[in-house]
Design a protein around this ligand. Sequence first.
Ligand code: 5HY
Length: 244
Amino acid sequence: MRIKVINPNTTASMTAKIAAAARAIALPSTEIIAASGTTGPASIEGNYDEAVATVGLLEEVRRGEAQGCDGYVIACFGDPGLLAAREIASGPVLGIAEAAFHAASMVATGFSVVTTLGRSTVICEHLLHRYGFERICRRVRATDLPVLELENPRSDSRRIITEECRRALAEDRAGAIVLGCAGMADLARDLSDELGVPVIDGVAVAVTMVEGLVRLGLKTAKNFDLAYPITGKSWTGRLADMAP
Ligand code: 5HY
């Protein structure tokens, strides 16, 4: 099968990190196509960044349909454009936050999220509510790390994230930790080993879940609200070529 993993921001080093995490877990028979947004912000830190980055994300999904992709992962913790992507995709589309929340709910009775900036905690809380996980998420914690600091080899980000995970385990009654940024994908295994609890990276979980859905023959439902977009109307201006 062929799964497209899309980093909606334009930072190549983060896309490479995400691709490595996806390929490390994928079945040998699964081809992972990794893609970056080609236009928009270098990192996504808020609602405006997400909204603008969604255009490039959707372009990559449309391209993926032409490439014969069986499923997609939106590798950004805000799950930007998830339902719009599901409308234009035939196969399953998972966001890394939704996937990570599901996995955490299966291995613990409560989990905490450790993410980047304070403003991202509100976006995460909105997702928890939308997906129905607000009752078992114990807390959403910010490290106050800018997303691109995770790409800085000289940063102290690994220590800062580790300390915040320790505080979550000591204070939140959390059984598991969800890492709240695709840029943390390379930390999950080491943190799990060091802390002795499940530390969940949504990239690896989403790839595995998409593989499972594809193997089950489950595609995105096209009978109602996730049907392909309505055609036959005019599209003008800079986004005219986004017409379905
Ligand atoms: C992400 N931003 O996973 C989110 C995380 C965040 O560029 N990739 C980004 O902090 O919102």
